[in-house]
Design a protein around this ligand. Structure first.
Ligand SMILES: Cc1cc2nc3c(=O)[nH]c(=O)nc-3n(C[C@H](O)[C@H](O)[C@H](O)COP(=O)(O)O)c2cc1C
Length: 310
């Protein structure tokens, strides 16, 4: 018996976003996919989400940008990137020959920039969807992240929705005071699916130098340290919206992934775990298959939200 792990992440979109299985790689932790193909057959994954992409190339934040903490990692990459044009010319043609769908994670300093990046990707072979990172600081509005305010989160979503016919996933930040309200506004604004979470703000200090260990002082905390918080937020958001929810945050093992699925996620993303173990996403997928076989679960849909049912 082979279990059916297929999942449709954009049921309301004409193009749809049908995955062979629910295991995706999280943006910024798996490069453009190509970097990992020497470690395992990446075509086996459900989907690959590439590095965050702005309109123009960017240098990113000052070094050091990555520091290990207890059960986690703090990063302050600052969305360094090649820009959308280079991505279309150099990366998309490679993806066009792949079986695994690639979703492009996009970012912007203004609502217009999000629109432009999304529009540039319209009709590009090799791009199966867009994930909108709304954790970026809004340069026109005091630098607060678009995603901590329901109105700005909805504005960005609406702009991307009008720019593209591709499936749109909006990625929420856990730094919002009321994440369910933001999820609902983003859904109303036209998101096909919602992913969460991005990183929590965190910092570490070198006590010899008496200075922050991150060049930008603080960064984003990810890894196993954030898993219980991510799980609680996924549970909450899955109960607040009707579009598919994609869980992310500290997923390292199949057990972690299954917890998110049972909390109500239709798919999951493996992030920082790929740094320590480049095969982490495949290990998670194989472990999920094993569990389902042992438990005689023939279809993934049987366990989505299973922990919610009374
Ligand atoms: C080095 C690094 C770079 C990241 N870059 C992005 C990015 O460009 N866009 C984005 O939406 N999220 C980015 N993230 C956040 C991850 O995609 C993910 O949401 C977060 O790390 C939580 O998952 P994890 O605990 O499994 O790593 C980045 C994370 C790390 C560690």
């Amino acid at each position: 018996m082979t279990a059916d792990l297929t999942i449709q992440l954009a049921p309301q979109n004409k193009k749809g976003l049908l995955l062979n299985n629910p295991v995706m790689t999280a943006s910024g932790t798996f490069g453009f996919g190509t970097e990992y193909s020497e470690f395992f057959d990446i075509q086996q994954l459900g989907a690959i989400i590439c590095k965050g992409t702005f309109l123009n190339p960017r240098e990113g934040n000052p070094q050091p940008r990555l520091v290990e903490t207890a059960s986690g990692v703090i990063n302050s990459i600052g969305l360094q990137g090649i820009g959308v044009q280079a991505l279309i010319e150099e990366k998309a043609p490679v993806w066009a020959g792949w079986k695994v769908p690639v979703i492009v994670n996009i970012a912007g300093d203004t609502v217009e920039e999000y629109w432009k990046v999304a529009r540039a990707l319209e009709g590009v072979a090799g791009v199966s969807g867009i994930e909108v990172n709304i954790s970026c600081p809004n340069v026109k509005c005091s630098g607060a992240a678009f995603g901590i305010n329901a109105e700005t989160a909805a504005q960005v979503t609406r702009a991307v929705r009008t720019a593209t016919t591709l499936p749109v996933i909006v990625k929420l930040t856990p730094m919002a005071a009321n994440i369910s309200e933001i999820a609902q506004e983003v859904e109303k604004a036209g998101a096909d699916a919602i992913s969460l979470i991005n990183t929590f703000k965190g910092m570490a200090i070198d006590i010899q130098k008496r200075k922050p260990l991150i060049g930008n002082i603080a960064g984003g905390l990810s890894g196993p340290a954030i898993k219980p918080m991510a799980l609680a937020l996924v549970y909450e958001v899955a109960g607040a919206v009707s579009v598919p929810v994609i869980g992310c945050g500290g997923i390292t093992t199949a057990k972690d992934a299954l917890e998110f699925i049972m909390a109500g996620a239709s798919a999951i993303q493996v992030g920082s775990a790929s740094f320590a173990n480049p095969r982490a996403s495949l290990d998670v997928l194989e472990g999920m298959r094993e569990f389902m076989e042992k438990e005689r679960i023939t279809n993934l849909k049987e366990i989505i939200g299973a922990a919610r049912k009374k």
